[in-house]
Design a binder for this molecule. Sequence first.
Ligand code: ADP
Ligand code: MG
Length: 207
Amino acid sequence: MAAIVGAAETLDAGASEDAQLRRSFLDILLRHAQRLAQLTTDLLDIARLEAGYRPRTESVPIAEVIETVTASLRSRADERRISLVSQSAGHFAVQAERAAVEQILTNFVENAVKYTPEGGRISVQALRKKDMIALEVEDNGPGIAAEHLPRLFERFYRVDNARSRELGGTGLGLAIVKHLALANGGDVRVESTVGQGSKFSVLLPSA
Ligand SMILES: Nc1ncnc2c1ncn2[C@@H]1O[C@H](COP(=O)(O)OP(=O)(O)O)[C@@H](O)[C@H]1O
Ligand SMILES: [Mg+2]
């Protein structure tokens, strides 16, 4: 908020008359306004989840969720020359709220696109694990040191605060994911090796 006010004041004080300054302060304004919008949405999501969210579950075909989510994030992956592939989605279906499954997968894939360097690879797949279905997103990005893994799903927890902020992160994405997974009768997992990549999974009851 302070950055937005500061940029607007600077423009108002005359920076808007210089084309280059105008461009750069408008960029700042836009970037911070987008971040504030994301933060507001995330905080509202958390508040709703904590106020006693009851999912409306149905049988959700996993292949459809993977298709919807990868289609919506494809252009962002392309911009960063990241290949986004989905492997065997099979004929699995989960008993969960469709919007929640989409939001969980979107968060995982968005993170993978953000944190994986240009030219990387992200794969999405579904597997059966007894009476649960695991939905996994694996990347070959920087990986996360073991000491961070136990706290990754806490609110506002970020491995690299400065870098995450720069990329527009709020540190709430994975906390929302965990809430949604638990409320839908599932759970989350993460495995990661520094220098090799990360694998985030959600387990949901098989339909
Ligand atoms: N695929 C990934 N590769 C590396 N680090 C990741 C990945 N996904 C999440 N992280 C780390 O976990 C932190 C928390 O993620 P999240 O809750 O989504 O917050 P953010 O808004 O920062 O993306 C991120 O700041 C980042 O440090
Ligand atoms: Mg995130």
